[in-house]
Design a protein around this ligand. Sequence first.
Ligand code: NAI
Ligand SMILES: O=C(O)C1=N[C@H](C(=O)O)C[C@H](O)C1
Length: 237
Amino acid sequence: MKLALIGYGKMGRTIEKIALSRGHEIVSIIDVDNQNDFTSEAFKSADVAIEFTMPTVAIQNYRKAFEVHVPVVSGTTGWLEHLPEIKNACENGATFFYASNFSLGVNIFFAVNKYLAKIMKGFPSYQVKIEETHHIHKLDAPSGTAITLAEDIIKTIGRKNKWTGNLDAKDDEIEIKSIREGEIPGIHTVIYESDVDTIKITHDAKSREGFALGAVIAAEFTCGKKGFLTMQDMLKF
Ligand SMILES: NC(=O)C1=CN([C@@H]2O[C@H](COP(=O)(O)OP(=O)(O)OC[C@H]3O[C@@H](n4cnc5c(N)ncnc54)[C@H](O)[C@@H]3O)[C@@H](O)[C@H]2O)C=CC1
Ligand SMILES: O=C(O)C1=N[C@H](C(=O)O)C[C@H](O)C1
């Protein structure tokens, strides 16, 4: 498959390595210094573009790729206020795959989180909160993964209406505590606490390889498809 990379930072470089090891060709790499390359023949020849950049620029990149009819797989977090525009573009011919976290392990963790929230619906004596820890370079907080975890709990548990990054959460809110420390790739913990005990589930990424492998597999899945795609479409659990 011919791949384009939009964003050649920590994720872009890890994705390049994994894509090459799976026999794919990188036909174009776009970063801050060559943003006009979206109209190049090389970029337009890509079967799929994989985008990992920054919350503030992601939406412009999606628009530019859609203009030249290149499908996009993106893992950039912190841009979801624009989701209706992207879904609308997908209803009108664009192809876009988004995941707040592409790692298989995190997606198993998402399933466990939903199952646990279903059980905890019947146990209101437990308070729920989320903690996420990432490297000091991360621009957004809370992490996209923590927001997905919180939204899945809200849909299921029946006693929470929204999440908050404030540490004085109201009764109907889920507190998300964000910690930035060293070079940590990503740790997410969901914590249920009663007067007598604590239940915790944690996903701890050892490196960025799991995120990058998931993004390349998502690009393979996206190739030849149309519309708005997610990990649920790909993993079927
Ligand atoms: N969904 C997932 O599984 C994962 C998502 N992420 C997210 O991916 C994003 C990128 O993460 P990293 O690679 O660690 O960041 P990074 O800071 O290492 O790389 C970002 C790259 O984007 C480039 N860039 C900035 N503006 C650009 C523009 N207008 N056009 C093209 N390139 C541009 C930067 O120069 C840099 O090379 C973040 O939002 C992060 O939260 C990170 C890991 C996994
Ligand atoms: O910025 C990161 O590094 C990561 N971002 C994603 C998020 O915001 O959830 C996924 C992963 O945790 C790494």
